[in-house]
Design a protein around this ligand. Structure first.
Ligand code: ZN
Ligand code: ZN
Ligand code: FE
Length: 779
């Protein structure tokens, strides 16, 4: 029997999660000789095996017993030159010249640490900053790489002898746990009132719980920023929070004590349960149970609610004293990024919060809670931040040293650095429409360049829209190859990248608004895309007006008026009625919503085209219909009108409208006017609005399937990609998936990045990477 040395390479989240001690312990238990070390890209093991079965056994144990927070993407092994090892050791990390290292996201508190903080005999009993190699802050405390304590925001705390001993002991769960801390040496909590006066208490968390029970609103400093906490069962508390935060309808996320409590309030299946309990611990969208003590004001007419479990020791300890759900929402002012500094919290939230629970560990980067839904048996990210970013997406591309930057969209911005095969997508940045968000964007780009050791960028891809901050920023970055790319193509490209689609496909890019290549505002685009990423725009809605541009996004009733204007021109050719009379006569409720003067103004805008872009937006059609059905006339948050429309749809209805299409410039146009006249006809017949909403939804899903069939017949394409904010609508998403599958299509969408504009940067960077390759090959 010949002993053979093997090199085993493990890729994934395998650093900062206790992986090397884990390998060490397995190797020791199997009496293996060799060593393990970190490299820039993962963990490498050299060890001697006497048979292939002992190698298999070792690898199986690694896969089966891996540390909770570790994520193994791939294990490769090869025979290596024989080394006569005499023991098994953890040896020093080896850096490759690029120093490109994957960084772990923050990890929810592990079971062992939950036990520690619950045990009165442990020195970390009730200690809010307990962590170990399997859990705790990572990305949010890193100032610089490599990930060592002096380069984190823990550098200002000196470990006590007990903590240091754990840190140096390879058998300890806290071996090399960089944020290791205890009450004697680590960060501590303080409670303040909203006059910034400290509250005299030995136990800020117990006091905080008491205050919350009294119905007060508390700002709590969490992992990636402040959260606003309040009782979710008291109407008056939630109402007060809504008033103070000037957030009338947008649903609040909930934090709930444990899984048993979650089950009391929500329907939950095993996949959802696993997702909530995972070390990423995202906010998960769950269906509400009809009866329950939860305040209706938390999420209003939504049948789903965003739910998370406690994910830091601080939250766990707080819920020792509280058994009811808490509203736990990111602390920010309107659309600004989450607040992460104590001083900003006091300054900006003084009028919103009654108390402030803060601590003295700095947050290096703002980091929102991630938002997830389970669809098609998988996690579908809707906001990607805590627990996910900045861990990259590993694309199926060959390794290449060139670096591409995707600047991202304007709304729900993320940016992306792509160095094949890794796409490093930033955490959710937000809407680049205020100073704070823009600052966060710039600062985070700078930070990513530093921690991922990115100096020069070889290619930059940015949105066609000249006024987007991301576009302006990209244009100013030094780089030889800069490529503009339309928003809607970027959406489809992100699906191709994420799903590694190699064949031609039909792409449905349906959302609110984005700049099209003809200077108009696109939003219902259907493309054929070939392997060389060449796009052909083959279908979309017929064009209509967006009177007042951005003004009509906030005011869906303007979209209704715009859609009605075309009906007016059609049905009232002799102009017997004035336009306002036409509207008030048929839709009396509009008298309360829009004045005669404004109707006149809107119609003039449409006629003259003044500040009135032409659009093919699908999102705005939802808005207009929502207003026409007297649901949402003014949107207090982005997408509100469409959400309301979806929630209103009668699920059992399978009827649909017959779509009229017409050809124009080799494209299929879907006749919006015809669809509207059918809907209005239904309304006048007294059809239940729930049926109308359902018919509208069904029509769109059927349209996706029907168009796909037409293009398959002509071009033999079997793959369909769905991307854009419209596909956040579960009715459309579910029905489109099932119809397309029933008809034999392969259906793809965004799961690992948001299907909304959060995916745009990935699509951009992927495009740049492919174009760069073409350039280099001299094509
Ligand atoms: Zn732990
Ligand atoms: Zn200590
Ligand atoms: Fe979009």
């Amino acid at each position: 029997m010949n002993e053979q040395t093997y090199e085993i390479r493990i890729y994934g989240i395998v650093q900062g999660v206790g992986f090397r001690p884990f390998i060490y312990n397995i190797a020791k238990s199997l009496h293996l000789k060799g060593h393990v070390y970190n490299t820039t890209e993962g963990v490498v093991i050299h060890a001697n095996f006497s048979s292939s079965s002992s190698l298999d056994d070792f690898i199986n144990r690694i896969k089966k017993k891996k540390p909770e927070a570790a994520l193994i993407e791939e294990i490769q092994f090869d025979k290596a030159h024989y080394s006569p090892f005499t023991d098994f050791e953890i040896i020093k990390s080896k850096e490759s010249e690029e120093k490109f290292q994957l960084i772990s996201p923050d990890i929810a508190t592990c079971k062992a640490c939950i036990k520690d903080i619950g045990d009165p005999l442990q020195r970390r009993f009730d200690y809010a900053f307990t962590n170990c190699t399997n859990c705790g802050p990572r990305f949010t405390i890193i100032n610089e790489m490599p990930y060592d304590r002096p380069k984190t925001t823990m550098s200002s705390f000196t470990m006590c002898p007990n903590c240091l001993h754990e840190y140096n002991d390879s058998n300890d769960r806290r071996f090399h746990a960089q944020p290791n801390a205890c009450p004697a040496c680590g960060p501590s909590l303080k409670l303040f009132n909203n006059k910034n006066e400290p509250i005299d208490t030995d136990d800020p968390l117990a006091e905080c719980a008491k205050i919350l029970k009294e119905g007060k609103i508390v700002a709590i400093k969490s992992l990636g920023g402040f959260q606003i906490a309040a009782s979710a069962i008291e109407d008056h508390t939630v109402r007060m929070l809504r008033q103070k935060k000037k957030r009338p309808f947008k649903p609040f996320a909930l934090m709930i004590k444990d899984m048993n409590c979650v089950k009391r309030f929500f329907h939950i299946d095993p996949i959802q349960e696993k997702c909530l309990l995972s070390s990423r611990a995202p906010i998960l969208l769950l269906e509400k149970k009809l009866k329950g003590p939860l305040s209706k004001l938390v999420s209003g007419y939504n049948d789903h609610e965003g739910v998370m479990l406690p994910y830091t020791p601080l939250h766990h300890i707080l819920f020792k004293y509280i058994d009811f759900p808490l509203v736990m929402t990111s602390a920010n002012i309107s659309e600004e990024p989450i607040i992460s500094k104590n001083i900003d919290a006091f300054r900006k939230l003084q009028k919103v919060c009654d108390y402030f629970l803060t601590h003295n560990r700095k947050i290096s980067s703002k980091y929102d809670d991630s938002l997830v839904r389970i669809f098609d048996g998988k996690e579908m990210l809707l906001r990607r931040a805590r627990g996910y970013a900045p861990y990259p997406l590993k694309l199926k591309m060959r390794h290449q040293k060139k670096i591409v930057f995707g600047a991202g969209s304007n709304e729900k911005n993320t940016f992306c650095f792509l160095r094949q095969p890794y796409a490093i997508i930033s955490q959710h940045i937000g809407d680049l429409e205020n100073y704070e968000s823009i600052d966060f964007y710039r600062e985070t780009i700078h930070r990513y360049k530093k921690i991922f050791n990115i100096q020069d960028v070889d290619c930059i891809v940015y949105d066609l829209h000249p006024d987007y901050y991301s576009t302006k920023f990209a244009k100013e970055m030094p780089c030889e190859l800069k490529l503009p790319l339309s928003h809607h193509k970027a959406h489809i490209l992100s699906v191709i990248a994420e799903n590694n689609i190699k064949d031609d496909l039909i792409g449905f890019s349906w959302d609110g608004t984005g700049m099209g290549e003809d200077g108009k505002i696109w939003g219902s685009e259907v493309f054929l895309v070939n392997r060389d990423l060449e796009f052909k725009r083959v279908a979309h809605l017929s064009e209509y007006s967006l009177p007042g541009g951005a003004a009509s996004i906030e005011r869906p009733y303007r979209m209704a008026i715009s859609l009605l204007y075309d009906q007016y021109i059609r049905n009232n050719s002799s102009n017997k009625d004035s336009f306002p009379a036409f509207i008030y006569d048929r839709f009396p409720f509009f008298k309360e919503i829009i004045s005669e003067q404004e109707i006149d103004l809107v119609s003039k805008q449409i006629k003259n085209g003044f500040n009135t872009p032409i659009t093919t937006s699908m999102g705005r059609l939802f808005d207009g219909l929502s207003s026409l059905l007297d649901l949402t006339h003014i949107a207090s948050y982005e997408g509100e009108a469409a959400v309301h429309l979806q929630m209103y749809a009668s699920i059992d209805c399978i009827q649909k409208y017959k779509i009229k299409t017409f050809p124009l410039n080799n494209q299929i146009l879907i006749d919006v006017n015809d669809l509207m006249s059918k809907i209005i006809n239904d309304l006048h017949k007294g059809t239940d609005k729930r049926i109308i909403s359902a018919k509208f939804h069904n029509t769109l899903s059927e349209m996706i399937c029907d168009l796909s069939k037409i293009f398959r017949d002509h071009h033999h394409i079997e793959n369909v990609a769905l991307s854009g904010g419209v596909f956040q609508n579960t009715l459309i998403l579910e029905r489109s998936f099932s119809l397309l599958r029933q008809n034999g299509f392969n259906v793809y969408s965004n799961f690992k990045v948001p299907v909304n504009d959060g995916c745009v940067s990935l699509g951009q960077a992927f495009y740049g990477s492919r174009m760069l390759k073409k350039c280099m090959e001299g094509k």
